[in-house]
Design a protein around this ligand. Sequence first.
Ligand code: BEZ
Length: 397
Amino acid sequence: MDNKTRKFTRRDTLLLAGAGALASFVPAGFAIGAQAKVRIGMLLPYSGTYARLGNAITGAMELKFAELGGKLGGREIEIIKVDSEAKPPKAAELTTKLINQEKVDFLVGPVHSGVAMAMAKIAREEGTMTIDPNAGADQITGALCAPNIFRTSFSNWQPGHPMGKVLLEEGKKNVVLCYWNYGAGKQSAQGFKDGFVPHGGNIVKEIGVPFPEVQFQAVLAEIASIKPDAVYTFFAGGGAVKFVKDWHAAGLKDIELVGAGFLTEGVIKAQGEAAEGIRTTLHYADSLDNPANKAFRKAYAAKFGKEADVYAVQGYDAAELIRVGMDAVKGDTGAKAGMIKAMESATWDSPRGPFKLSAAHNPVQNIYLRQVKNGENVVVKIAQEALADPAKGCKMG
Ligand code: BEZ
């Protein structure tokens, strides 16, 4: 399996322009395509606050490809990695380069919802087979849905939606929302509100923190003065580490800190005892007791020397979805209709539980209530079974 990381400097741009021109002389067709390597372009964050998410997705995809003998539909695999830096303004240019210059067969990414919006608009127009292994932007499987765009993660609306019911059942009615103030944070908060407010919950205050800022002192002081029953949050990666540590240090013992599970996902070790006891809702938990999860966690830990997390699971499933498509067309990447048909109806035992897609190409999945116990996200119960995103505005053309 070939592997290269691209930063797309100006020099790269010139080199790629040459490579693109050469590639365009190669006649298209299955006979030639079958011998060529299948090219997978990864637009993921390899630097910045979401770097550990991008690395987990990439590592788990490489693990799956290795388990498949390094081939997809009989063809060897070439991975082209590009650092999105989780910066939306760079997304259109990087996506265009992967499609037009690197001539990728599959586009995989991103992590950040803002990057996803730019990427999906281009992928839709170009018809490039695209798998979103994390970014939750509701629109990707809503108004921007398309036959060639699939998601193996979640919509931002999904993970937090069942948390409202959990809190209301315990009489916790007054909640502050605190999130990174961009698409993912706002949509995660909306998912929570939709399951909370119509059933008697009261949002006392919404606090948006600019992404990727991690100065939380003023926010925590404000929360302490409001004294809500609970605070629902959306933070992930490096920001989640800092928020949980700052919360712990602030000693806000009478207020429950909850959130979409990203708050404690992939960062528990770094959070240490500050994470103990935190409850979140998510489509995965470390302790899920199914054979696929046990085998995956063992293989991931053996390869990388660290515990798997939800991002790794989403990457692993992205690779499996590509395998399904490539097997269905025996490696003929030009046979998109056959590939899409197979991928749409694919089901398998994922580490998260049964994997299946909605008509909008978003996972329909259990959302688990989890709690951190001894440095692990442990399942408390299924908070909502087989939850589908509303897929607002999706017209599959
Ligand atoms: C997002 O931007 O969609 C996102 C980033 C990190 C974790 C979850 C969602």
